[in-house]
Design a protein around this ligand. Structure first.
Ligand code: SAH
Ligand code: SF4
Length: 377
């Protein structure tokens, strides 16, 4: 159970845990539903405002519980309406989340870990190292706090309709907290989002993909980025543990339960690295037989200092997309959003005190941020 000081942070309790907690106090389950609605639908953080609860229950809750979201320490808006928030996660660390309004929806991109323990070479989170998992309260708290900030601007702002775990961290390496949070995102007493509108993006943690399919089959995005094992081992090193044939078999199992029947495959377009027509043909060989249950998203690589990679040109991206489409593979080439405030995919930096040995290794290779800044100035 989540505790902030001595009190339980209600933001971290799933509907079933909250009901059990109320039962332990001798309260009826419907009280839990009332509290869920106050907390998640009206986004109240003051028990006195929960006017349909008995005064005695409110007093009791004040003593033993709290509603404590992560603190927003920076709120930056891009020219295209994208908003990036920096959230304090204590001990000098922070994570980022991004709000992306579009014509027909608004998506909140949230983080699951402080940093990431994986080491994808094109990802700035991966370069920074890993500090810790976010708690359920910190994950749910991101949606809670974003809804509050966005609704201050309604009706001009657009309400959040989609949530994607595409911020910092590998969600399926913080499985329990992420699944608990997603459960509340779907719950009618929570945020009431449909399974289609909550997406987990993963670099391919195969056993966790299978468990997700059994427990909570929400939308799934796979960070593919390479059509063969040799290149994927280099770009997405977790591929050595779960190679493409193993990953694709898990995706085939998931495709049977996924909402609207399609899995999204993300493919970051890196100039000269994975964007040739030969690579496109390998993609066709890999995904063509599955074309009914596949959607490919080509993401222009978002550069960051010292990455050593460059973004593919628009022409190369279009050429790649055309080859996939000509072979019947549903393909979109994503626009980059929030570029001017570094809010695009893979640029979410936050602040991470690395607790793995990665910074030492990178420093030896001259790839840590400090060294790069010195060489460039
Ligand atoms: N760890 C998860 C989710 C977070 S990353 C995952 O890897 O899927 C969200 C998406 O951004 C992933 O597809 C990731 O590969 C992509 N990404 C990371 N760095 C990027 C960069 N520099 N440019 C473009 N996309 C990037
Ligand atoms: Fe981690 Fe995803 Fe970045 Fe890879 S792409 S390092 S899994 S956050």
């Amino acid at each position: 159970m989540q505790a902030t000081d001595e009190r339980v942070n209600l933001l971290g309790l799933t509907p079933s845990r909250l009901r059990a907690w109320f039962a332990e106090m001798g309260e009826k389950p419907f009280r839990a539903n009332q509290v869920l609605k106050w907390v998640h639908q009206r986004r109240v953080d003051d028990f006195d405002a929960m006017t349909d609860l008995a005064k005695s229950l409110r007093e009791k809750l004040k003593e033993i519980a709290c509603i404590q979201p992560p603190e927003v320490v920076l709120d930056q808006e891009s020219g295209d309406g994208t908003r990036k928030f920096l959230l304090d996660t204590g001990s000098g660390n922070s994570v980022e989340m991004v709000y992306i309004p579009e014509d027909d929806r608004a998506t909140l991109c949230i983080s699951s870990q402080v940093g990431c323990s994986l080491t994808c070479t094109f990802c700035s989170t991966g370069r920074q190292g890993f500090n810790r998992n976010l708690s359920t309260a910190e994950i749910i708290g991101q949606l809670w706090v974003a809804e509050r900030l966005i609704e201050q601007r309604l009706p001009t702002g657009k309400a959040i309709s989609n949530v994607v775990f595409m911020g910092m961290g590998e969600p399926l390496l913080n499985e329990q907290a992420v699944v608990d949070a997603a459960e509340l995102f779907l719950d009618d007493h929570g945020y009431g989002l449909s399974k289609r509108r909550v997406t987990i993006s993963t670099s391919g943690i195969v056993p966790a993909i299978d468990r997700l399919g059994e427990r909570l089959p929400i939308s799934l995005a796979i960070s593919l980025h390479a059509p063969n094992d040799e290149l994927r081992n280099e770009l997405v090193p977790i591929n050595e543990k779960y190679p493409l044939d193993v990953l694709m078999a898990a995706c085939d199992r998931y495709a049977k339960v996924v909402p609207h029947g399609a899995i999204l495959y993300e493919y970051v377009m890196i100039d000269g690295k994975n964007d040739t027509l030969e690579h496109a043909d390998e993609m066709v060989a890999l995904l063509g037989p599955r074309r009914e249950e596949v959607k490919v998203n080509l993401i222009p690589f978002n550069p960051f200092e010292g990455s050593g990679y460059e973004r593919s040109s628009r022409n190369r991206i279009m050429r790649f997309a055309k080859r996939l489409r000509d072979n019947g593979i549903n393909t979109v080439a994503r626009k980059t959003r929030g570029d001017d405030i570094d809010a695009a995919c893979g640029q979410l930096a936050g602040q991470v005190a690395d607790r793995s040995r990665r910074q030492d290794r990178l420093a030896r290779m001259g790839l840590d941020r400090g060294v790069v800044e010195v060489t460039e100035s």
